[in-house]
Design a protein around this ligand. Structure first.
Ligand SMILES: *Cc1c(COP(=O)(O)O)cnc(C)c1O
Length: 351
């Protein structure tokens, strides 16, 4: 640490992103990326934008918002875009995380919620997951705080029904409820259909996982237009040009290619379900996943040791040190071929 860092950040524990290793050397299954390329036509769309890079990009993301809104049957002022959903989530902590009121989220969930609470001085209360890593919706009733829940949750991969989400919304009329739907396309029902019914609902999503655009950085928030205006107030006070011109074009191309993504998602779900059976046959505990990763508990080897042995074999997965989940590893779902190689290697490691 340098001696000039502002005092209030001296104890800040920053987010640890998954290692980004050379994809030619590793089978990379540690950050829930999508193994398939972005939508056909992406390269052409980017090339067109490159010629105009001397000019600023559209801070309003008008074409992107209109395309998205039309596709989802909402109005263009009910959506906003940002530089990945990480940035969108940051804006939501700033906009709705009042210091004294604070926020709440599960104790085991996406790591950024805790980091943002620290960074923005928001009192972030952690609500324990159940023993089986599930969420009890009633734990969030009348929270008297801004609520944020990843649905499906990570790294558990477990999902709440739309009815459960609606219960939380109905019992928190005075609180904003943020639902982070990074993985919703792989299992579960989006709460986006509820934004006209609940003015306290903010749905956050990303193009990183199911739209094969992790490296382009595109995330969004959907909610009633008042909530979106509040979010934009923060965004315009920070960086209105956060979604670059190439990324806006990539977003537009990807929204219009439904068939392509349906195929990609189906391939991932098939690989996930086969891999789940393979792991169970080797006596791993594996809950049914609703995402593009599985959270597995080995029975005959220490989880961290397995993570390290896989890394020696150039297979990168994720291990978390938190007590409740240290006996698990999280494995993102790649292609069927990749998952077969992983299963084969695990078999060899177990002897
Ligand atoms: C991956 C992930 C994000 C971040 O997505 P980006 O759009 O790439 O920033 C947000 N929330 C959850 C739960 C995630 O798993």
């Amino acid at each position: 640490m340098g001696k000039y860092l502002a005092k209030k950040y001296k104890n800040l524990e920053e987010f640890t992103p998954g290692e980004q290793k050379d994809k030619n050397e590793f089978i990379k299954l540690n950050t829930n990326e999508n193994p398939y390329p972005p939508a056909p036509g992406s390269a052409e769309a980017v090339t067109k934008e490159v010629e105009l890079l001397g000019y600023y990009n559209d801070p309003l993301c008008v074409k992107l918002r209109e395309t998205f809104a039309k596709y989802h049957g909402i109005s263009a002022d009910e959506v906003m875009f940002g530089n990945g959903s990480d940035e969108i989530l940051a804006f939501s902590f700033v906009a709705f995380g009042e210091e004294e009121k604070g926020m709440c989220f599960p104790d085991i969930t996406y790591g950024f919620y805790e980091v943002y609470s620290e960074l923005f001085g928001v009192n972030g209360k952690q609500i324990p997951l159940n023993e089986d890593l599930s969420i009890t919706p009633a734990d969030y009733y009348n929270a008297n705080r801004t609520i944020i829940i990843a649905n499906p949750n990570a790294p558990s991969g477990l999902v709440l029904s739309l009815k459960d989400i609606e219960g939380i919304l109905q019992n928190n009329k005075e609180n904003v409820v943020i639902i982070d739907e990074a993985y919703i396309s792989f299992g579960g029902e989006s709460a986006m259909s509820l934004i006209n019914k609940y003015d306290n609902l903010l749905v956050v999503g990303t193009f990183s996982k199911a739209r094969n655009l992790a490296g382009a950085r595109l995330g969004y928030a959907v909610g009633c237009k008042e909530l979106i205006a509040d979010m934009n107030k923060i965004r315009y006070s920070f960086n209105p040009y956060d979604v670059n011109a190439m990324t806006q074009a990539l977003g537009i191309v990807s929204i219009e290619q439904d068939e392509y993504f349906k195929e990609c998602i189906e391939k991932i779900i098939n690989a996930r379900d086969k891999f789940t059976l393979d792991m169970r046959s080797m006596e791993f505990e594996v809950a049914n996943s609703n995402t593009n990763f599985v959270f597995v508990k080995p029975k005959t080897i220490d989880a961290k040791e397995l993570y390290e042995k896989l890394k020696e074999r150039k297979i990168l997965v994720r291990h978390f040190d938190a007590d409740k989940v240290k006996d698990f590893i999280r494995i993102s779902i790649g292609t069927m071929e990749e998952m077969d190689i992983v299963a084969e290697n695990i078999k060899e490691i177990l002897g």
